[in-house]
Design a protein around this ligand. Structure first.
Ligand code: ADP
Ligand code: MG
Length: 449
């Protein structure tokens, strides 16, 4: 490297890579070129807006600090979208000689599962960025792509989004979305019918294989072996392989080592449970698509009550919509609560005890659980005490009087007052989120004893 700016940039990348690992640096910063350094501003050429946003949100601060260290003076980062790369037609096909295969060309992808309909947040940013990069240039950088995460968090959606995108830009590409289960069935049938040759040539002629729920292969030795060979053939020919799983590679130790190590050759990204903001954004987007008006407080209520699966979130929206189409009026939070009471907060985990609630609330506010029963009236104790009473009202079957007994023999009107006070405060979405978290922690505590 002979340009001072390129050298500086190279040094910064090396340093960042030592801090955060090669994976993220490769994904986000490898496609970037440092292109000039003027007046303490280092201008980076980035392939598109997507990278620009990703780098700015994820790395800029740290990079500027590193640059300052290296250069001995403050250096700011600026961006330019690189025309040549941005305008690169995806039809300049990175896929070697696409094989027109009528049965694959007709593989149907779910038209609703696109990148446009996918809401990006911290929980899925890397997974989404990788998927999008692959869709634009399959078979090049991120191969294989191993995507994992819990149920209902968008893995299948991203697989289809890749398929939809490639189908649009390269209509004749050999694409196949399948589940590992389907793969196994196909294989078993092929053995039964003596058509394993056809089976192999079908899979091995693909340009892009999108295989879902790979965990199904665990302990299916023969099929796993067959998949291993399919994988090798495709990967060796620089065809794209995308694999989704409900668990991480490390948690698939039952899968043969040699297959695992190959899965880890490329990029591994996970999808986590979305945070509150992302859940609200997802609900809002889905409601918009459905042309379904949901008041903000209801959106916040639903998003704060359902945390783990986006599928459940969607299901809730559908139920709410069915309800409003009957009544024709805008929803209220209380109605939403009533409609969703079965899908929200599974109550089948056994009774919640007041002392569990007290213990968890005390822990949350770093106070002594005894103080919740005592007479102290300082705000550091009285608010948590009210919250614990509120939770006892919500989460147990006890009467107000009985609950009062658990709080140092307070009378029922004190409990009632506490409950109303907290209810008022729930209009603050962040407090609501805190309370919901606490409830689910309490339930987990009940569940795990
Ligand atoms: P998984 O395969 O991980 O179990 P899915 O891809 O089937 O989950 O997603 C479940 C539902 O949630 C789908 O309807 C999908 O469209 C939706 N979904 C998941 N993630 C998002 C997201 N980030 N933005 C919008 N919708 C999403
Ligand atoms: Mg799925």
């Amino acid at each position: 490297m002979n340009n001072p700016h390129a050298e500086l940039w190279g040094g910064a990348l090396e340093k960042l890579q030592r801090e955060i690992g090669a994976e993220s640096v490769d994904l986000w910063l490898h496609p970037v070129e440092a292109f000039k350094l003027e007046n303490h501003i280092l201008t980076l050429k980035v392939p598109n807006k997507f990278f620009l946003n990703g780098i700015r949100d994820g790395y800029q601060k740290r990079l500027e600090a590193i640059l300052k260290d290296l250069a001995g003076e403050p250096i700011l980062i600026d961006y330019q979208i690189s025309q040549s790369l941005a305008s690169l037609p995806t039809a300049a096909d990175p896929i070697p000689t696409p094989t027109p295969q009528s049965d694959f060309a007709s593989t149907e992808f779910n038209p609703r599962y696109t990148f446009e309909s996918f809401v990006v947040g911290d929980s899925n940013r890397l997974a989404h960025a990788t998927a999008e990069a692959i869709a634009k240039k399959p078979g090049t950088q991120y191969n294989p792509f191993f995507l994992y995460g819990g149920v209902g968090l968008g893995k299948t959606h991203l697989l289809h989004a890749i398929g939809n995108h490639i189908r649009r830009s390269s209509p004749r590409a050999g694409l196949l979305y399948t589940t590992a289960e389907q793969f196994v069935n196909d294989y078993i049938n092929a053995i039964r019918l003596g058509t394993t040759d056809a089976f192999r040539s079908k899979y091995r002629s693909l340009d892009c294989l999108l295989i879902d729920d790979i965990q199904f292969l665990i302990s299916k030795e023969k099929s796993e072996e067959e998949f291993f060979h399919t994988f090798n053939a495709l990967h060796g020919a620089r065809r794209q392989v995308v694999i989704a799983s409900d668990r991480s590679p490390q948690d698939m130790s039952q899968i043969e080592k040699r297959l695992l190590s190959r899965l880890e050759w490329g990029v591994v990204a996970d999808i986590k449970s979305p945070d509150l903001e992302t859940r609200i954004a997802i609900l809002r987007k889905k409601a918009d698509v459905e042309r379904f008006y949901v008041p903000d407080d209801v959106l916040v209520y639903v998003a704060s009550s359902i945390k783990n699966s986006i599928r459940t979130l969607e299901g809730a929206l559908i139920r709410l919509k069915a309800f409003t189409s009957m009544t024709g009026s805008a929803l209220t939070v209380d109605e939403a609560k009533e409609i969703l009471k079965d899908s929200v907060s599974p109550e089948d985990l056994g009774p919640v005890r007041v002392d569990t609630i007290q213990r968890m609330v005390a822990q949350k506010y770093s106070i002594d659980a005894k103080d919740l029963k005592g007479q102290k009236r300082t705000s550091s104790v009285s608010m948590p005490r009210q919250l614990a009473m509120y939770l006892a009202c919500e989460m147990t079957e006890l009467s107000l009087k009985e609950i009062g007994e658990f709080f140092g023999g307070r009378d029922h009107s004190t409990v009632l007052h506490a409950r109303d006070k907290i209810k008022e405060k729930l209009s603050d979405p962040f407090f609501l989120e805190l309370v919901n978290r606490l409830q689910s922690d309490i339930r987990t505590a009940v569940e795990t004893g």
